[in-house]
Design a protein around this ligand. Structure first.
Ligand SMILES: Nc1ncnc2c1ncn2[C@@H]1O[C@H](COP(=O)(O)OP(=O)(O)OP(=O)(O)O)[C@@H](O)[C@H]1O
Ligand SMILES: [Mg+2]
Length: 229
C-alpha cells in the first residue's frame, strides 16, 4: 500500500465558453503524504480555485483520477462523496463566511450539527471548539459575535471551524487574501503551528510568498500543471 493521503493522476479539466474550449488543468499530477503542508502559487486565472474545488470534491474532473487514501473518488456516488468530504476535508476561504448571529464558539461548532443531528455530545463538541479557539489564540473571544471581531480574528475562527471535524486535509483558498500584512503573518504562523504541532495535512492556495514560505513544498500552477519550486 502507498502512504499517500491524496493522489491526483493525469487530471484534465476544461470549461466551454461559447465554442471555445478552455483547457484549465492539463495532465496535472500530485501526491501528498499525511502531515505534509504544501502551497500552490500561480497567477490569477491559472486554475488554482478550480484545482481546490476538485480536491474538495465540489467539482468533477473531465478525465484523470483522484484518490483519497487509495479510494478512487470517480467510483463513489454522491452520498459516498459527501461522507468522504466530511471525513477528509476542512475548508477555509478568502472570506470567512461566519454567521453573524452566532458567537465565535457557536460558529465553530456548527459543522458538527450539520453532519450529525445527534446533540447528545454537545458538551464535548463545545470543549473541542474552545480548545481549537485557544490553539488559534482566541481564548478571550469565545463569546464574541463576528461583528465584534477583527478581520484576522474572524479568519482564525474560520480556521477553527474548518478543523472541528478533525479533517485529514485542510484546504485553504487565499486565506490571507483579504488581510493586511501583519495580520497575515499571524495567520501564516498559525498554519505552521497547526502543521508542526498537530501534524495537520494542509493544502493552501495563495498569492502570498510569505504564506508559501511557511509551507514545506511550494508548487506553481503553470499551463495547467504543477511545477515544484
Ligand atoms: N464555471 C466556469 N466556466 C467557465 N470558465 C470558468 C469557470 N470557472 C472558472 N473559469 C475560468 O477558468 C480559469 C481558472 O479559474 P480559477 O478560478 O481556477 O483561477 P484562479 O487561479 O483561482 O484565479 P484567482 O487567482 O484570480 O483566484 C479562469 O480563466 C476562469 O475564468
Ligand atoms: Mg481563485
Amino acid at each position: 500500500m502507498n502512504n499517500h493521503i491524496l493522489k491526483l493522476e493525469n487530471i484534465h479539466k476544461y470549461y466551454f465558453e461559447n465554442k471555445n474550449k478552455l483547457h484549465i488543468l492539463n495532465n496535472l499530477n500530485l501526491e501528498i503524504k499525511s502531515g505534509e503542508f504544501i502551497s500552490i502559487l500561480g497567477k490569477s486565472g491559472s486554475g488554482k480555485t478550480t484545482l481546490l474545488n476538485i480536491l474538495g470534491l465540489l467539482d468533477a474532473v473531465n478525465s484523470g483520477a483522484l484518490y483519497y487514501d487509495g479510494i478512487n473518488i470517480n467510483e463513489l456516488n454522491e452520498q459516498e462523496k459527501n461522507i468522504t468530504r466530511n471525513k477528509y476535508l476542512g475548508f477555509v476561504f478568502q472570506f470567512h463566511y461566519l454567521l453573524p448571529e452566532f458567537t465565535a464558539l457557536e460558529n465553530v461548532t456548527l459543522p458538527c450539527f450539520v453532519q450529525n443531528k445527534n446533540l447528545k455530545n454537545i458538551n464535548s463538541i463545545k470543549k473541542r471548539a474552545s480548545e481549537l479557539l485557544e490553539i488559534l489564540e482566541l481564548k478571550d473571544r469565545l463569546n464574541h459575535k463576528p461583528s465584534m471581531l477583527s478581520g484576522g480574528e474572524k479568519q482564525r475562527v474560520a480556521v477553527a471551524r474548518a478543523l472541528i471535524n478533525n479533517p485529514k486535509v485542510l484546504l485553504a483558498d487565499e486565506p490571507t487574501g483579504n488581510l493586511d500584512e501583519e495580520t497575515s503573518e499571524h495567520i501564516n504562523s498559525l498554519f505552521k503551528k497547526i502543521n508542526t504541532e498537530f501534524n495537520q495535512t494542509i493544502i493552501v492556495v495563495t498569492h502570498s510568498s510569505e504564506l508559501a514560505n511557511v509551507s514545506q513544498k511550494r508548487y506553481h500552477l503553470k499551463k495547467g500543471a504543477l511545477v515544484l519550486k
